[in-house]
Design a protein around this ligand. Structure first.
Ligand code: AHG
Ligand code: MN
Ligand code: MN
Length: 323
């Protein structure tokens, strides 16, 4: 089996990017080991502190953020970082050529119930003409990403990665090495599976209401087939399922917080997941356009997300166009 570094070299990934990915993985392996020890290290539960999003942080949100931040800040390749758990960008080496954005722990509501969580990351070029490291330097659309991926801390610890040449999956072995276990994966174009938090139904706008209501009618409805539903409440787990067997995932705008475009964050959830999905032949939109074409205004900007099997995402777009 091929090791991560060996594979990336053969895939013609530049040496500095390989170094950065390996560094990120050293941090994620540390997060994985904390998660595996769980209650034995006293790391479950709430940190009794709110992040910039107004969400109560879990202890592990803070621990994972600190591990990744500390690891990346030691690299001469990294100009700076933007994290879900940091109000502003954090500078590293001011000559660094990469910017990294990350969601240190995605699905944190699942930590205490021992369900899969993950780390999502996006690698952007540091602007050549900029000095220092400012929040504005990160405000690049997702189509500028050099690489994106996630580490899924599930029954196996997996790295799912794209450097713009398809999507590959690596499994962490007991020896601390990631090995290639699935190559150039493709999302099936059609599906009979959808994922949405149904408890928000009454807050959705009409096109989303209509779309889901048509799916629920199954073979008797306009879509003419019976659908299954899943909701893990960890975006990493939903995207991984979709990359494995297809499906459509929606976290649309809703009227609970009407001024926000959605719940999920563009820079470290929407963009990296969109790059992966597109690289695997799927589609990812905000119901108006491709998420990777959204020009960000803020590092913690929210975005409405519809991603997965192309036929379903196209259908959701049609419901919006015809509305
Ligand atoms: P995070 O734990 O990083 O804040 O992200 C959680 C996100 C995402 O992973 C998931 O799809 C969604 O929130 C679940 O939201 P609900 O609890 O509203 O279903
Ligand atoms: Mn998240
Ligand atoms: Mn998070």
């Amino acid at each position: 089996m091929q090791r991560l570094t060996q594979f990336l070299k053969q895939d013609e990934t530049p040496a500095d990017l390989i170094e950065l990915i390996n560094l990120l993985m050293s941090a994620c392996k540390e997060v994985n080991s904390k998660l595996q020890n769980g209650a034995l290290e006293g790391i479950l539960g709430s940190a009794e502190h709110e992040n910039v999003q107004g969400e109560v942080q879990k202890k592990l949100d803070v621990i994972a953020n600190d591990i990744i931040k500390l690891t990346l800040s030691q690299s001469a390749l990294v100009r700076g970082m933007a994290s879900e758990e940091e109000e502003h960008s954090v500078a590293a080496d001011l000559d660094g050529k990469f910017l990294v954005t990350f969601d240190p722990l995605d699905g944190s509501s699942n930590i205490d119930v021992n369900v899969s969580v993950g780390t999502i990351f996006s690698i952007l070029p540091a602007p050549k003409d900029a000095t220092g490291c400012k929040d504005e330097d990160f405000l690049q659309p997702g189509n500028q990403q050099i690489a994106a991926g996630y580490v899924l801390y599930g029954p196996s610890c997996l790295l799912v990665l794209t450097t713009g040449n398809g999507v590959d999956v690596f499994t962490l072995g007991h020896n601390g090495e990631f090995y290639l276990t699935r190559e150039k994966i493709q999302i099936p174009e059609t599906t009979r599976e959808f994922a949405i938090n149904m408890s928000n139904q009454r807050f959705w706008d009409k096109p989303v209401q209509d779309y889901i209501s048509d799916l629920l009618q199954g073979e008797d409805g306009p879509r003419g087939k019976r659908y299954n539903m899943r909701w893990v409440a960890s975006m990493v787990a939903e995207v991984h399922r979709i990359l494995t067997r297809g499906g459509v995932f929606l976290y649309p705008w809703d009227s609970r917080e009407p001024k926000k475009p959605g719940k999920l964050r563009l820079m470290y959830e929407g963009n990296p997941m969109s790059m992966l999905v597109e690289q695997a032949g799927g589609r990812s939109v905000n119901t108006q356009k491709e998420i990777v074409d959204v020009e960000p205004q803020n590092i913690h900007e929210r975005v409405s997300v519809v991603l997965g099997s192309k036929e379903e995402v196209d259908a959701v777009m049609d419901y919006h166009k015809n509305a």
